[in-house]
Every structure is written in C-alpha cells, then in structure tokens.
Design a protein around this ligand. Structure first.
Ligand code: FAD
Length: 481
C-alpha cells in the first residue's frame, strides 16, 4: 500500500464521462480534502463504439496531460470498476471516493451497488451533479410526475433558478506517487490496421481545451444565425459540441452560463442563444426519459410497435450503412458519418427515417450502427432520437409522417452543396437533379460523368411504393393494437 507521508488521507476521483478539470464537482471535492488520485477505468464489458473509442483515446490523453501538469497523474486501469475502485482506494490508502453521476440504466445500477459496498467498507463516498442542466428527478410536472412531452419539460426546466456558476479548474493538485497506471497506447482505442480514423483526425480535436475553443468560436459569431441556419447541413451553423458534451469535456452549465452571457453582451445573438439552449434542453430531456423509463433504450416506448412487421432485410441494411441507397441526401449523410464520425441533425432525421420507414428495418439496428460510428454516440440521446424518428417514442414524430428524401434534400440543401461535399461522384450534376439523379436526362448525367447503376446506384426503393408499404405496416399494428 502507498500511504501519503503526511497530511490527510487522499481521495479517489473516479473520472468517467466528465473528462475535464473545470466545473468538475467530484474533482473539486477531492482537491478540498487533500491529496487526489484521479482514476479512469476502461471496462471491457462497457466498451464504446469504434468512433467513440477513438475520441476517448484523445480525450484521456488530453486529461492525463492536464492532470500531470497540475501535479496529480491520472491512473489508468482496465477491468471491472466494482472490483478496481475499492482496490485502488485501498492501494492508495484513500479515505474517500468521489465521482460525477451518469444516468444510463446499467451505470446507475453499477454505481449504486458500488456506493453501498464502499460505504460498508467505511469509505466516504459521494456522487455529484455535473452532466445535465438539471438532475432527471428535479424536473417534474405540476402533478409531481416526470415529463413525457418536451415543450412543457423545457418550460419547467427553463423556469428553474439560474444555473449555478460553473466551478473554476483547480490551479494545482496534490498527487500521490507510486500508484501504478496502464499505458493508454496499450488499450488500442485507436484503429491501427486499417487506420480508418483519418477523417476523424481531420475533423476533430478531443479534449477540454478544444471544447472551450469550439464554444467560444460558436458564441462569438455562428450562434447569431443559429435559429435560421441550423437546419442547413451544408453550413457550419451548429456548435458541434456533442462529442465534447458526451465525454464531459465541457458541461452544460458552462455552456449555459457562457451562452447567457453572450446573449446579454450581444443582444442580436439572443434569439440564436435561446434556440441553441433549447436544443441543449433536448439532451436533458433524453436523459430525463431514460432515467424514468430505462426500458426506452431497448423497448418500443409505444408497445403497439412490438407487433410491427419489420422487414429485417440484411442486404438493404448494409446498403444503407454504406451510403448506397440511391437517394443522395441519405447517402451523403451516411458517408459523412463514416468519414467524420458525425452527421448533421437534419440529415440524421432523414437517414434514420429512411431506414425505418422506407426499408422497414427495426430502429434498434440503426441505433446500434450510429453507436458504432458516431463520435458523439450517447445511449440516451441516440435511442430516444431513434424512437422519435420511428414514431415509437415519447413525444415522437407521428409514424405516418414519412420524409420524402427528395423534397427534404431540395428544401434543406437546395444547391446540393452538402451532397456534393460528401458524394464526389455527383459533384458535377446540375442542381435541378442533384437530389434525384434518376430523373436527369441522359445528357445531363453524361456531362456530369454519372453512369447510374455503375458509379452511383439507382434508388433502391421507389419512394411512393415504400411510403405505401410503410403506411400499410403501420395500419397493421394500429388494427392489432
Ligand atoms: P447543436 O445544434 O449545436 O446543439 C447543441 C447541443 O444540444 C448538442 O451538442 C447536443 O448535445 C444537444 N442536441 C442538439 N440537438 C439535439 C437533439 N435533437 N436531441 C438531443 N440533444 C440535442 N446526439 C448526440 O449527442 N448523440 C447521439 O448519439 C445522437 N444520436 C442521434 C440519432 C438520431 C436518429 C437523431 C435524429 C439525432 C441524434 N442526436 C444525437 C441529436 C443531434 O443530432 C446531435 O446532438 C447534434 O446533431 C449534434 O450537433 P451539434 O453539437 O452541432 O448540435
């Protein structure tokens, strides 16, 4: 056992998805109490998807460098946290264990059990609120029940007292030497052969500093046009903070308080800030729903969907994942996802709707693909969003509203700039046909170097027929329900 030479016994800070120094109440509590042992555990039973794992590597490297600079090196271990946290606490001669709360159903169960066993072993153990604007149990309807609909949820959340001011980052920490750590590189979180992460590296820099820079740049300009431009995928009009938020490199409280300050300093930014904070509210809503109805991550929220006649067509699913559906806006989205680990929100809705409604593939298959390929993959947000798109979820888009991918493309990407950016094979096509190349005259196709069925696919389903099939499937469950 390693014991501190003098002073109070150390405290363990268990980092999870709060990979930051600032506004980190668990770290602040440990710093107040004396020597700090920061720990991150990679649990092989709870591995992130491929793109998320790539992000995690970068984020941990950044956090480890920051903690080392402050004097408390990060301890990395791989295994079951239920076993490792008490083991490290004993090894360090620690008195206390602190962490910030997460709300995924399996994590809540694990953390509750660990808290009880640490307390039984006489450790001081405390968890803190740090990942949401409000704890999922703090926002209630007038009748005291959780919310099922976003608008009143957001009204209640916004009406709460102003957010507490974010905590500053500690200036220095007292660490504890001699606690063994694994080497991050041996965790193989980054792909090696093949190295498919070039597009991710080009698009992103994980870490707390990068998150703060992104927020500052967004609030400095982009946010002013956010309300109008956030639905246009060709424009860099949104914050792109979602992966930073998922890994907790920045907190919603930090975002909220900086955004409110920006709106006061620049009144012309106020409406953009309000629209932006409302989107951040959707993130809280997803966690609120998941906390109160944990089955929402795996089961249809509306049980009539249990009888839905999914087609389960494997070949069709594969074409969708590769961005080879023949509908340019869908394919551009799927290629953006594959290359950069991100997809614009409007296109996520169109691509997800296409899978569920045009191809009749169960939303859970699409959700799992997103979880493997998104850098911002988040169980609660992803699963509730898929259910929302599928029509099976809380406060969901009605099932019978079936996006027409051509009209959606023409509305939100009128010149085809987004499609051209992600589908170079269509780059030279006249804007009139960019969202429906099959309707282009053969001269227009030839001029653009497109041979349908050869370098770009024919549409894999006919929209009108697919729509009719989806509506028939829906009618079937309504009758049986
Ligand atoms: P901004 O527009 O700048 O919004 C700011 C923040 O608000 C985001 O970073 C995000 O945390 C939150 N937010 C924005 N839109 C939503 C939304 N519709 N629902 C919940 N929170 C939102 N987001 C994820 O973070 N992880 C996911 O796994 C995920 N899966 C999705 C799956 C589908 C099918 C759909 C339709 C949406 C999904 N989203 C997911 C929500 C949304 O697409 C992303 O949060 C958003 O595109 C991130 O871009 P941004 O940071 O620039 O967002």
């Amino acid at each position: 056992m390693v014991t501190p030479k003098s002073g109070p016994k150390p405290a363990i800070v268990w980092f999870r998805r709060d990979l930051r120094l600032a506004d980190n109440p668990a770290l602040a509590a440990a710093a107040r109490s004396g020597a700090v042992v920061p720990v991150f555990i990679l649990d092989p039973a709870d591995m992130p998807g491929g793109a998320s794992a790539w992000w995690l590597h970068g984020s941990l490297a950044a956090l480890a460098a920051d903690l080392a600079r402050l004097g408390a090196p990060l301890v990395l271990r791989r295994g079951d946290p239920a076993r490792l946290i008490p083991a490290i606490a004993r090894e360090a001669g620690a008195r206390a264990v602190f962490w910030n709360r997460l709300y995924d159903p399996a994590i809540i169960a694990r953390d509750k059990a660990l808290k009880a066993s640490l307390a039984a072993d006489d450790f001081e153990v405390e968890s803190f609120a740090a990942s949401l604007l409000a704890e999922p149990w703090e926002v209630r309807t007038g009748g005291g029940t959780p919310f099922k609909v976003f608008t009143p949820f957001w009204r209640a959340l916004s009406a709460r007292a102003p957010l507490p001011a974010p905590l500053p980052a500690p200036k220095r920490l007292t660490g504890l030497a001699g606690i063994a750590s694994e080497n991050l590189d041996t965790w193989n979180l980054r792909p090696a052969r093949p190295d498919w992460a070039g597009g991710l590296r080009a698009a992103w820099t994980p870490g707390e500093k990068s998150a703060a820079k992104r927020l500052a740049a967004f609030l400095d300009g982009t946010v002013r046009a956010y309300g109008a431009a956030r639905n246009i995928p060709a424009i860099d009009a949104t914050s792109r903070l979602s992966p930073h938020l998922h890994w907790g490199e920045i907190s919603p409280r930090q975002i909220g308080s900086s955004a409110e300050a920006a709106a006061i300093a620049h009144p012309e930014a106020a409406s953009g800030v309000a629209a932006f904070l409302r989107e951040l509210g959707w993130r809280d809503f997803a966690h609120h729903l998941t906390f109160h109805w944990p089955e929402i991550t795996t089961e249809n929220w509306k049980s009539e969907f249990d009888a839905f006649p999914w087609a389960g067509d494997e070949a069709a699913f594969r074409r969708w994942t590769r961005g080879e559906t023949g509908y340019p806006i869908v394919d551009a989205g799927m290629r953006e996802l594959w290359t950069t680990g991100f997809m614009h929100n409007r296109v996520r809705m169109i691509a997800a709707s296409f899978l569920v409604k045009h191809l009749l593939v169960d939303w859970r298959r699409g959700a799992a693909w997103f979880e493997d390929t998104l850098v911002d993959a988040d169980l609660a947000v992803n699963r509730t969003s898929w259910q929302w798109v599928a029509g099976s979820g809380a406060d969901a888009a009605p099932y019978f509203r079936i996006f027409n991918p051509v009209l959606q493309g023409e509305k939100f990407d009128p010149e085809g700039a987004y499609v051209r950016a992600h589908l170079p094979e269509l780059a030279a096509l006249d804007a009139r046909y960019i969202h429906k190349p099959w309707a282009a005259p053969s001269e227009a196709l030839a001029k653009a170097g497109i041979a349908l069925g050869s370098n770009y696919p024919h549409p894999m389903v006919d929209h009108a027929k697919a729509r009719a099939r989806a509506l028939a499937a829906y009618a079937e469950i309504r009758q049986s329900g």
